[in-house]
Write a protein that binds this ligand. Structure first.
Ligand code: PLP
Length: 394
């Protein structure tokens, strides 16, 4: 039967027509507790009044001018990002993949401008995910995403997740940068230990490499700091890609750099028609204002600790099926034992009106809105308890 959509997804037979806070409402009124939030995107939940009014106000005034003209909202948001982080420069994009593309181009171009065009290789860890553009699938290195799309792109090397000696050995005269997610999302909800991030920073300093963080999924308050790497103190990046939660549901992303790393991205080196458009900037500013208000991120840490404890208890009760709890802050996963399937658990949870996701390495993934409360955690854990009870080996 001819169908109008490419079959790149296989969604369940379920249509949501309204969201409110931590809940999604199906046509007909059935309510679901949303513990995946559009894959870490609806960071402030659904229908947040401040985001709605920011978007409506902007929609009444001006939608788009392109970057041919200054967009004041870009300057405002870039100033906020830079005020509170390692960064001095920002380039706005529409998505995470584009933020990664900008990051890779910035790193390669920095060496080029410094007279070393031969330094273009980028090292990543296994399990990495950086998006679906041609550059991003090559950086991510997942054979499933690369197969069937022509020759691999030159310039990416990969070493075992967290293996510092392998990373050290992989650095050559041609290496430009190291690219890592402080907490891997797609690859199985694995947090890199803080000491590992600090080690990468030292390695980069030693060899004149740029350190790039992909905080598309783990950034924007999700771990209880605005950016996940901030837990590791001195392990600041030179370049960072962000997206997903920074727009709270409006498609936007950004590539942040230090003055030094971004200095050579001048007129003509990069661009985007839609990136940083007034609608996106209105919402992006509103999201950032809510998240950076005093106490907000501490609240995220508190509720994340509560969820983490509850999930540990759950994992103990179902230790025949759950191997461990993984992740950091409100990006958490249940790694299932062999024979039990993460997608089946997600389906069972959905049958009980709890929405969770699946990640690589047989992990059931949770990324609830940052505004969840203890009652939501208890409801989710009770549901998971029932779903795990029903989960059969396959
Ligand atoms: C989702 C994701 C991307 C890609 O973002 P898109 O907005 O889907 O292009 C890149 N990196 C990480 C870590 C992600 O989780």
């Amino acid at each position: 039967m001819p169908k109008p959509l490419m079959e790149t997804y296989s969604p369940p037979d379920l249509v949501f027509e309204r969201g409110e806070g931590v809940f999604l409402h199906e046509r007909g009124g059935e309510e679901y507790l949303d513990f995946i939030s559009g894959i870490a995107v609806n960071s402030l939940g659904h229908n947040h009044p401040k985001l709605v009014s920011a978007l409506k106000d902007q929609a009444d005034r001006l939608w788009h001018t392109s970057n041919m003209f200054r967009v004041p909202g870009q300057i405002e948001l870039a100033e906020k990002y830079c005020r509170d982080s390692f960064a001095d420069r920002v380039f706005f994009t529409n998505s995470g993949t584009e933020a990664i593309e900008a990051a890779i181009k910035t790193a390669r171009h920095w060496h080029f401008a410094n007279g070393r065009p031969d330094r273009y290789r980028i090292i990543t860890f296994t399990g990495a995910f950086h998006g679906r553009s041609y550059g991003a699938i090559n950086a991510g290195g997942n054979p499933k995403y690369l197969e069937g799309f022509g020759p691999r792109m030159e310039g990416f090397d990969q070493v075992e997740f967290g293996d510092h000696q392998a990373m050290r050995d992989a650095v050559t005269e041609e290496t430009a940068a190291i690219l890592v997610e402080p907490v891997q999302g797609e690859g199985g909800v694995r947090a890199l230990p803080d000491v590992c991030l600090r080690g990468l920073r030292e390695l980069c300093d030693e060899h004149g490499l740029l350190l790039i963080y992909d905080e598309v999924q783990c950034g924007a308050g999700r771990t209880g700091k605005m950016w996940a790497h901030e837990w590791a103190g001195s392990a600041r990046p030179d370049i960072m890609a962000v997206a997903k939660g920074v727009g709270g549901g409006f498609p936007m992303g950004a590539c942040l750099t230090t003055d030094e790393a971004g200095a050579h991205m001048v007129v003509g080196t990069h661009g985007s028609t839609f990136g940083g458009n007034p609608l996106a900037m209105a919402v992006g500013n509103a999201v950032y204002d809510v998240m950076s208000a005093p106490g907000f991120l501490d609240g995220v840490t508190d509720i994340a600790n509560y969820l983490g404890q509850q999930l540990s208890g759950l994992a103990d009760r179902h230790s025949d099926k759950v191997e461990e709890v993984r992740g950091r802050g409100l990006l958490l996963g249940l790694k299932l034992r062999d024979g039990y399937v993460n997608k089946t658990l997600a389906k069972l949870a959905r049958d009980h009106h709890l929405l969770i996701g699946a990640a690589g390495d047989n992990v059931a993934r949770m990324a609830p809105p940052l505004i969840i409360e203890q009652a939501h955690v208890r409801q989710a854990v009770e549901t998971l308890d029932a779903a795990l009870g029903e989960l059969a080996a396959e």
